[in-house]
Design a binder for this molecule. Structure first.
Ligand code: CAO
Length: 435
């Protein structure tokens, strides 16, 4: 007998898009086997076969829009002796629903999903619970068809971690394969596997409001990976301190007003002061050896400085800062950061640093915790200097105070050493003659 199968009762939803067709003409199908997937703004609905048989003709294609009663396919029904109805359980007491008119919740119920339906305590005519029920194995909010879900289940892949590349971010089989391959071939699958930790759960944020998708720049992707590795791999501690730079500021202003040379900001002074401190505390100008059993102390002072560019953070390196004059450094910083902002730095200009300074003083803020630029062992954060009242004896005096934040690798540097570093740095920055 040939029967027409139509879209069953799907609640109030009309004109809903067909996003997946899971059967083809000539295919033998069982009762309850999923036929098509529909997707509206609010729900994903999977329509199962009301009986077993052979598909004669499929009346829909992906992209069609359907409502209750729209024809899905024609099929030759298998005889009752071949258990045409799901699990052969033709209800004796219950009247059989008209083919294609069976409420979706009823189908889900017969598919053994009763507990979930009950726990949702939702009227049997609404569609969203069906979506919840049928998509629950890998979490709600995941867009994937039943065959993909089945495939993921077989492989033990959690779909909430898989990025969908199909239409509207839908997960296709290839995405699951790529995910599994990545996990299997990635650097270990332990707790601190960076790839596994970086995976974001798949959430459809558009359900909560308007969104916009933007690709991350290459610079941002590279720095994200480096920062994440450093953050996870290095036990960071940040030591804060203040430097009284009143005298330096007076000197800087005087020099700026008197010379036609490059404009002097605070940064070249801080760089010179940092080198003086590194010479006193060489463990800060070092890297841990590959096995972690030795410290490689460097006798050169190549200072990296973070530059904020439209495409993200870059860290060019000024070489042999110990041998450079303040004005020369100021000119170099201005020239390098201008090139960094138009992506004109050579890779070699971002290599070989021994210590990094991240200055947010030109922008503002009071303190922050910079992330160490691995394989270095410490980084200095500089925040905005501000005029503050400081007691000198009984007198409250206006002083220009510069906040400093030193993050260090606690495997290499002890807290006491870090405190000494920052105290010495503050001392140098308080006395221009010390440079
Ligand atoms: N306190 C008060 N004023 C400061 C200051 C501070 N700590 N640091 C800079 N300033 C002043 C400068 O002196 C300058 O003012 P004047 O023209 O009056 O001298 C003004 O702020 C702008 O300075 P600048 O930021 O352009 O120049 P810089 O030499 O201080 O810094 C650079 C250069 C490239 C480091 C900076 O432009 C920059 O990109 N900073 C961002 C770094 C960053 O993103 N760090 C975060 C890394 S982690 O995400």
């Amino acid at each position: 007998m040939t029967e027409k199968v139509v879209v069953p009762d799907i609640g109030d939803i009309r004109d809903v898009e067909v996003i997946e067709i899971l059967i083809q003409p000539g295919e033998e199908i069982d009762a309850e086997q999923l036929l098509i997937t529909l997707e509206s703004d609010k729900a994903v609905i999977e329509v199962p076969a009301p009986f077993a048989g052979t598909v004669r003709k499929v009346a829909l294609k992906v992209g069609d829009r359907v409502s209750q009663g729209t024809s899905i396919l024609e099929m030759d029904i298998r005889g009752p002796d071949e258990s045409s109805i799901a699990d052969g359980q033709k209800a004796e007491a219950e009247p059989e629903p008209e083919p294609g008119k069976e409420p979706m919740l009823e189908v889900a119920r017969r598919a053994g999903l009763d507990p979930l339906i009950k726990s949702m305590d939702t009227p049997a005519t609404t569609v969203s619970p069906v979506h919840e029920v049928l998509s629950s194995p890998s979490g709600t909010g995941v867009h994937a068809g039943p065959s993909v879900r089945r495939f993921a289940r077989e492989l033990g892949a959690d779909l909430s971690h898989v990025r969908g590349t199909g239409r509207k971010g839908r997960i296709v089989k290839e995405d699951v394969k790529r995910f599994v391959k990545k996990v299997l071939t990635g650097p270990g699958t332990g707790l601190f596997d960076l790839q596994a930790l970086s995976l974001q759960p798949e959430i459809d944020f558009s359900r909560f409001g308007e969104i916009e998708l933007r690709n991350l720049s290459r610079i941002r992707k590279v720095s994200a990976d480096r920062l994440h590795r450093s953050w996870l791999g290095i036990p960071h501690v940040t030591q804060h301190g203040d430097a009284d730079i009143t005298a330096f500021e007076a000197l800087r202003k005087k020099w700026n007003s008197k010379s036609a040379g490059p404009h002097l900001t605070l940064l070249p002074f801080v760089m010179k002061a940092v080198v003086a401190v590194l010479q006193r505390f060489p463990d800060f100008n070092a890297s841990l050896g590959p096995g972690g059993g030795e410290l490689i102390v460097k006798k050169y002072y190549h200072i990296g400085f973070a530059v904020d560019t439209p495409d993200g953070l870059v860290v060019p390196v000024s070489r042999n800062v110990d041998g450079k004059k303040i004005r020369e450094l100021a000119g170099e910083l201005a020239e390098i950061s201008a090139r960094a902002r138009v992506k004109k730095l050579r890779p070699s200009e971002m290599q070989g640093g021994t210590f990094t300074i991240s200055s947010l003083g030109g922008i503002g803020g009071t303190a922050f915790t910079p992330i160490i630029n691995n394989p270095e062992v410490a980084i200095l954060g500089v925040s905005r200097a501000r005029l503050q009242g400081v007691y000198e004896g009984d007198a409250l005096c206006p002083r220009m105070i510069l906040p400093l934040s030193l993050s260090y690798d606690h495997r290499v540097i002890d807290g006491a050493a870090a405190a000494r570093f920052i105290v010495f740095l503050a001392d140098i920055l308080a006395r221009p003659e010390a440079l």
